[in-house]
Write a protein that binds this ligand. Sequence first.
Ligand SMILES: [Zn+2]
Ligand SMILES: [Zn+2]
Length: 265
Amino acid sequence: MFLMDYHIHTSFSADSEAPMEDMILAAIDKGLDEIAFTDHVDFDERYTHPDYNLYIPYLDDLRHKYKDDISIKLGIEVGLENTKADLVNTITAAFPFDFIIGSSHSVKCYDLYFDQNEFFSSRTKQEAYSTYFEEMLKNIRSCTDFCVYGHLNFVSRYGLYEDNAVNYMEFSSLIDAVLKELIERGKGIEINTSGYRYGINDCYPDIEILKRYKALGGEIVTVGSDAHFPRDVADHIGAAYDMLNIAGYKYVTVFKGREPSFITL
Ligand SMILES: [Zn+2]
Ligand SMILES: [Zn+2]
């Protein structure tokens, strides 16, 4: 079976110290066929960015070194913010990325990690999560180049509520609007397995949202671990493949030059 991990960070991300080569060796060791490096670019002054003029040749050298063992794609995980769409669209257009994850890490300029208290403590769950999905809708309409939306219900990692889960039924109209907008624009979603490392024992998003994406006509789904350490490369990807099967998908999506192609499960 074709095995992929399309969400991997390295020491080029501010929140990882993992050398890129160690991540490649871990991926080969775990029997993966293809990976995409997706280091962070977020437009908040508290984050640093990779220098792609150094990053791309560095990745190319490693891609060449391991070309007989694994396929390696140039990706990016860019923080989507509709108020900073010009910045987002400039960086995604500036370099020849194979694959772009667009993620909501920041909502109305509140970074969900750094500003967790400021954003959530003054809002009910209904208010905070609705705002998260409303802003996501605006992000999809204004940030044009991404391939898949990252960890769709990621807000649940940071909520300060008794039950942080994004229950599809509770936010169904907003989630449907997001999924329809993605589908209309030819965009996919990812199944991000990092929830297993953050105590929810599930993927981001869960199977209800994955099924809903399919029911509305969505075809483009990637699988990623969001690894920041070599030990987490390919973590729980079996669970992601199981979700795809249960939801009725016959294939998984890979990208080259931002163009999707489909590989039978
Ligand atoms: Zn992310
Ligand atoms: Zn990530």
